[in-house]
Design a protein around this ligand. Structure first.
Ligand SMILES: [Zn+2]
Length: 269
């Protein structure tokens, strides 16, 4: 079955007119930790011929968030590979085997290529490309900031900031925390380097909502559900969740919680 993604934006961020179909992309197969996904995308443009948006391409943020540019492996696979290599110090061969157990068939050369991409990604701005990206944004007439639903690995959270129109990765960062204090400086950095976006797209995390309101006051903020990425965390963290579940049962935390709940209920009455 092929999933056709469509832009979350329904109206032009410049003139507010309706967005209409521009073209469909070719279907592609993406290898993820949840199996192979067949998918494609319907790309939109502004229907108002006098608006610069009629020359732009508006994409599905969720589709863009599946992979990095020009890749057939899911971002979840790359995040796991990076975690295994750089946090757990596994060898390439060990990583190939771990992925095989998870149902992803790959080889050493592909894993190495992904690790290079991962390193380039988490090293922050692509300094050598920065000028090109800035010029492209000006020529394009602005950018739509897309913050990919966070890819959570066991210890860290990977944030990827992209321009939804061109698909270019603007910035990525690994953070230990996902609160506003950690996220807001990233927004500030984006503003300093690329200016104020036409619109912002992200999921409904508090840190994103507060940072966007502070740094990009008044810019329309569209919320999207990144179903796929939500599940990435689950795929990688499932074991931890289960351990936590067992821990809670063992320690009789549940009973204590229920006691507190009962006290609160009683006080309310
Ligand atoms: Zn328009």
């Amino acid at each position: 079955m092929c999933t056709m993604y469509q832009p979350e934006l329904k109206n032009c961020p410049i003139c507010a007119d309706k967005l209409i179909k521009k073209y469909n992309t070719a279907k592609k197969t993406v290898n993820t930790l949840k199996g192979k996904m067949e998918c494609g995308e319907r790309v939109f443009k502004c229907r108002n011929g006098n608006c610069k948006g009629s020359l732009m391409s508006f994409h599905s943020a969720e589709f863009k968030a599946l992979t990095l540019e020009d890749m057939t492996f899911g971002i979840d696979v790359v995040a796991l590979e990076g975690e295994l290599r750089f946090e757990e110090h596994k060898t390439i061969d060990e990583i190939v085997n771990i992925l095989k157990v998870q149902g992803v068939n790959t080889n050493g050369a592909t894993v190495s290529k992904h690790l290079d991409k991962y390193l380039a990604l988490v090293s922050g701005y692509q300094e050598q490309k920065l000028k090109d990206i800035q010029q492209a944004i000006v020529k394009q007439g602005g950018y739509v900031l897309q913050i990919d639903g966070t890819v959570s690995t066991k210890t860290k959270t990977l944030y990827i900031f992209r321009d939804n129109i061109s698909g270019t990765t603007l910035y990525a960062a690994l953070a230990n925390h996902d609160d506003t204090n950690s996220v807001k400086p990233l927004f500030q950095d984006i503003k300093n380097k690329f200016g104020v976006p036409l619109a912002i797209m992200s999921d409904m995390q508090n840190a994103f909502i507060e940072s966007a309101a502070d740094v990009f006051t008044g810019v329309p903020h569209q919320f999207c559900q990144y179903h796929f990425l939500k599940n990435v965390g689950n795929a990688i963290l499932k074991e931890k969740h289960q351990q936590l579940g067992t821990l809670i049962r063992d320690k009789e935390v549940k009973n204590k919680i229920e006691r507190v709940q009962n006290q609160v209920e009683t006080k309310k009455k």
